[in-house]
Design a protein around this ligand. Structure first.
Ligand code: HPA
Length: 286
């Protein structure tokens, strides 16, 4: 199903269940999953015995169109521990409903995932950040003007009014900070604000974002975190800063720059993710 089709935008539990049933026959279970942001695809190379399934083969999976995202689900092993990696994600600006955007998260939960690691490329609102900086998301501001939980609540997924006081799991955050320290990688901490996009923000919007307390800005992740918390998953999220947000430098923004920065930061980002994954799947850091 394509995102720009006006019909079937609402994802029902039955649709998710059908996709789960399809995948459960093909894949081993996994406790942890990673969602990769723009240009951050290299992590999949670390998977052993990996099996990949195009999103298009998964029943009811809405199709993505964004350059730099791989529309593939990978299942494999990292140091003998099973892991799912989503090579790409769905965005609100593609014309997807937010219930379509969070379909993969509900699918992963249906497959037994309990810990979700979300990554993204983001603009730096905090002027201390430069292209390639990494930021652990400590909290978010949903500035998209929409919420994936709007509509009738599916009680089997979670409560009508889920708490967001601790949207980002403290233990996973500590693990990430510890892993960064051991690898001598600077991992900033901050607040991520989500705009709908697809236009980049104006300098005035970025000044507003800074006044609101944001450190990084992007067009994804927040709906996924909301759906994940609704489902009771533990969330860790890390932004790779691909550019200074609008108005900070005297430069125009473009998507290619986002992809390039992702590629450059990718080696460091991958080592950090690998170390975090080894730690949370039970294998100690060396
Ligand atoms: N704004 C919004 N989303 C982004 C940016 C940005 O500057 N950079 C990468 N994703």
């Amino acid at each position: 199903m394509s995102c720009d089709m006006q019909i079937e935008k609402e994802i029902t539990k039955q649709m998710v269940d059908e996709a789960v049933a399809y995948l459960a026959k093909l894949l081993p279970g996994a406790d942890t999953a990673v969602v990769l942001g723009s240009g951050l695809g290299a992590l999949t190379e670390l998977l052993e015995d990996s099996f990949s399934i195009p999103f298009a083969d998964i029943p009811h999976f809405p199709q993505t169109t964004v350059q730099g995202h791989k529309s593939t689900l990978y299942a494999g092993y990292l140091n003998k521990q099973p892991l799912f990696i989503l090579g790409g994600r769905l965005h609100y600006y593609e014309g997807c409903s937010l219930s379509q955007v969070v379909f993969p998260i509900r699918l992963l939960a249906g497959l037994g995932v309990k810990k979700l690691i979300l990554t993204n490329a983001a603009g730096g609102v905090n002027t201390a950040f430069t292209a390639g900086s990494l930021m652990l998301i400590r909290d978010h501001i949903n500035f998209m003007g929409a919420n994936p939980l709007i509509g009738p609540n599916t009680d089997e997924w979670g409560p009508r009014f889920p708490d967001m006081s601790h949207a980002y799991h403290e233990g996973l955050a500590k693990t990430a900070l510890l892993a960064a320290k051991k690898l001598d990688i600077t991992l900033h901490e901050g607040v991520y604000v989500a705009f709908s996009g697809p236009s980049f923000e104006t300098p005035a919007e970025i000044r507003l974002a800074r006044l609101m307390g944001a450190d990084a800005v992007g067009m994804s992740t927040v709906p996924e975190v909301i759906a994940a918390r609704h489902l009771g998953l533990s969330v860790l999220a890390i932004s790779c800063i691909s550019n200074a947000a609008a108005g900070i430098l005297n430069a125009e923004l473009n998507h290619l720059e986002v992809l390039e920065a992702g590629k450059h930061a990718s080696a460091q980002f991958c080592s950090l993710l690998e170390a975090i994954l080894l730690k949370i799947t039970g294998v100690a850091l060396s």
